[in-house]
Design a protein around this ligand. Structure first.
Ligand code: G3P
Length: 249
């Protein structure tokens, strides 16, 4: 089996001030990060410029959302072109908070992914089931349907990282067990194999998100099909985020 380059993203969500972000950036700048890991952080839009101008080039920058097409008369939205202009090269799409708090649907998310990729922005494509869906035995159905929406929209998976984030594990401190995560990761890889191609299945990173921290990351990282993490809360602490980055096995 191919060993894929480990990928760790820090999703800062709607947190931070100029001051707290400047502290976080300086902690990240002085952190020792393993060389063979892709590291990306996603600040809130309004701080992208500050982070781009102060963060080491070792770490790439992601947006937390993007508009579905070219900019223009779309009040309150941020275009892919503007994100690229600020120095972002990634965008997180389909995050559960966008799906379940804001109400974005599969088709809308698919369109955003296709447009971002067409403009050269790489995509962290998020999927994951709600607690009641897991309890109803629908975890795979939900994840596969979300995968299908991405697959139907994107022309290529070269610049896509899939993030499996079970919604019940996000911000709850209730992390999926390594076995629970591995079971979904391998199923998603298998879905890619059957529905896209064996090559895409073997090359696409599938990362885990949901209450990852400095203490639970290494057990998760040992799982065969966990190729990295998307970290929320713990990514707001530079030293702890570095521990997670360095959990690569
Ligand atoms: O995108 C990362 C995320 O949703 C996980 O958040 O705070 O549970 O690590 P958290």
């Amino acid at each position: 089996l191919l060993c894929l380059q480990f990928f760790v993203g820090g999703n800062w969500k709607c947190n931070g001030t100029k001051d707290s972000i400047s502290k976080l950036v300086s902690d990240l700048n002085s952190a020792k990060l393993e060389a063979d890991v892709d590291v990306v952080v996603a600040p809130p839009f309004v701080y992208l410029d500050q982070v781009k101008n102060s963060l080491t080039d070792r770490i790439e920058i992601s947006a937390q959302n993007s508009w579905i097409g070219k900019g223009g008369a779309f009040t309150g939205e941020i275009s892919v072109e503007q994100l690229k202009d600020t120095g972002c090269n990634w965008v997180i799409l389909g995050h559960s908070e966008r799906r379940h708090v804001i109400g974005e649907d599969d088709q809308f998310i698919g369109k955003k992914a296709a447009y971002a990729l067409s403009q050269g922005l790489k995509v962290i494509a998020c999927i994951g089931e709600l607690l009641q869906e897991r309890e109803a035995g629908k975890t795979f159905d939900v994840c596969f349907q979300q995968m299908k929406a991405f697959a139907d929209a994107v022309p290529s998976w070269d610049d896509v990282v899939v993030a499996y984030e079970p919604v019940w594990a996000i911000g709850t401190g209730k992390v999926a067990t390594p076995q629970q995560a591995q079971e979904v990761h391998i199923a998603v890889r298998d879905w890619l194999k059957k529905n896209v191609s064996a090559e895409v299945a073997s090359k696409t990173r599938i990362i885990y998100g949901g209450s990852v921290n400095g203490s639970n990351c290494s057990e998760l990282a040992k799982q065969e099909d966990i190729d990295g993490f998307l970290v929320g809360g713990a990514s707001l602490k530079g030293p702890e985020f570095a521990v997670i980055v360095n959990s690569v096995t």
